[in-house]
Ligand binder design. Sequence first.
Ligand code: MG
Length: 215
Amino acid sequence: MPHLTPRPSGTPPYWEPGTRIVWRYGEPDAPHFAGTLTVVRDDADGLVAWLARDTPMLVVERADGRPGRSDPATMFTAERVQGTARWQGYDVLRVAPTGRAWSVWVFFTPEGEHVGWYVNLEDPHRRDAGTVYSSDHVLDLWVEPDRTRERKDEDELVLALEQGRYTEEEVRRIERAAREAEAVIDAWGPPFCDGWEDFRPDPRWGVPELPPDAH
Ligand code: MG
């Protein structure tokens, strides 16, 4: 089903808590990452949604069948195809502050223990009636429960520039967004100070299926 022209997130109408939505990364009509999440909160501040362990996902794979990080020399040039997988290992609460070029993924063990925050650098979100759209920016941050932080995949950002995935201007913009997120972490601003590390999901939410019209 073709989607309506996506609008920027952060203005009404908002999704009701408990609504199942698709959270997607990738260009239109290309292999992409997508999964069904359950809305926890959606308002002018941002979107908060739950990604349950074992949720079936659309994922991007190398057409030659090799693992995505198996060959750095072709990491950003190899042909890609659409694949499927399940979200493994951790339950995640995703928090996308309105207008930010990053979202915060709060990681929990299956026993509900908070193990840290993953900051995913990405395009500010757009949305239609049932899907949020963004594009992943390679570079990420990790924040420990004691608030120490580190950058992840800086080496891959270098490869992305070398292999033509990004221009120098795009890399500068991504690094600016990383510094912006690091400043929020150092000041322990929202959403880090909002108490999401104590969140627990409604057990009735279960594990959603991938919607048949995921696109
Ligand atoms: Mg990322």
